[in-house]
Ligand binder design. Sequence first.
Ligand code: NAD
Length: 471
Amino acid sequence: MKTLDKIYINGEFVIPHGTATFDLINPTTNQKTGEATLGDEIDTQNAIAAARDAFKTFSKTTKAERIAYLEKLGSIISRREKDLTNIMVEEYGGTFQFCAMVTQNMINDIHAMIDVLKDFDFAQTVGNSKVYFQPVGVVGIIIPWNMSNGFIVTKLSTAIAAGCTVVVKPSEMSTQQTQVIAECFHEAGLPKGVINFVNGLGDIVGKEITRNPGVSKIAFTGSTTVGKIIAKAAVDSMKRVTLELGGKSPNIILDDANLNEAIPMAIFAAYLNSGQACAAATRLLVPENKLEEVNAIAKATVQNIKVGDPKDADTGVGPMVSKKQYQRVQDYIRIGIEEGATLLVGGEGKPQGLEDGNFVKATIFTNVKNNMRIAQEEIFGPVLSIIPYKNEEDAIAIANDTSYGLAAYVSSASKERAYHVASQIDAGRVCINGISHDSKAPFGGFKQSGIGREYGIFGLEEYLEPKAVLE
Ligand code: NAD
């Protein structure tokens, strides 16, 4: 049995003041593997006090010093790549394929932030004035369980680049992953108090971070519901907020696309992180006269996707993170059937032989209408909705007929056509002919998918306050 009884405050792994414990459950087997001790309000206040103290000097460090910290961090994370990947697979059941990619992205993201920092001018001339970019202060970072360390590295490398200090509250379901990443940050030798990690519950640790006037900004990733609670509470102390929230991303297959390439790619994009991804392409929009052809390719593709042990390199869909998440996905599959969508493959219940873990059948509904709940609400599991459209105009209207606007995807034989369609979609990122990541391009949502942007210069500026000095 594992015991994780420490949090990280002021440069040390310490026993928290909080005494509540949280059971560590392996989602592949539903066996208890250990216990974590959770922090409370006092621990959170101690972490904020340490970050405030550290801010006095860290905010004055030079670009060169911050670049040196980031370079060291990057090399430690590279060295611990396997540990970081394996603990993700074990703790929340992310597939090895996905988790290995996330760890690689962490390394790339740090290097991208180093490049951005090198080029960023913290004192610019604008009009007749000097504009100085000053670190915003202590940043409270609140994140979900579905790619925990990926979010930590993106946000913390940006905070370090800006000269901010931080208190991180990961999900209580990410305690084991947090331990490994905290060790990496500790080894990077950042001054005491610059980075603090407090494991704990949202309505205790998260709430205190949001309330505490010692925190100047909240960088949140999570559900739209919690994002709104945080934004409302944060305004009392006028905290800056960036919110990376949910999504229901459309994937438009234009009528000239090669279906044999585009449909398997669409299914990969829908089942990203076993469907537990904010940017998953969960609405597949296809020309109505090609629906039968799409259905056949989609069904054949899913039958070749392995649902199973996330440790296996060929597994495409692992277990859901928890019993609660499993049940949520089951409920949506039932809702889809009740709403009259056609179940093409998958369905309710667990796949044969995988009864112990939180496994869901890789599922596709077809003939889905965009006003159905399965097309409008975030399911966060391997459930894809295929929605037929009449023409390009109709496809764009359906794509935008959602309260979300995080990501979108377009496939076409003509790049020009794809760009033209992309220009009409209300989403923070649009990928053409596949799924890709760019550590320097902005990431964030339109509409209910959030406020603000991460990555690159856009992300860095969210951690800075511009100050104009006029003569
Ligand atoms: P969640 O919103 O339930 O929790 C996210 C974090 O907020 C957790 O650490 C939680 O403990 C904390 N929290 C909960 N209540 C709080 C409160 N009252 N005050 C302060 N903090 C509180 O999300 P989840 O279930 O952990 O993750 C899944 C959700 O995250 C999905 O909706 C998904 O789309 C979203 N997400 C978005 C992105 C993005 O970049 N846009 C990325 C990944 C996940």
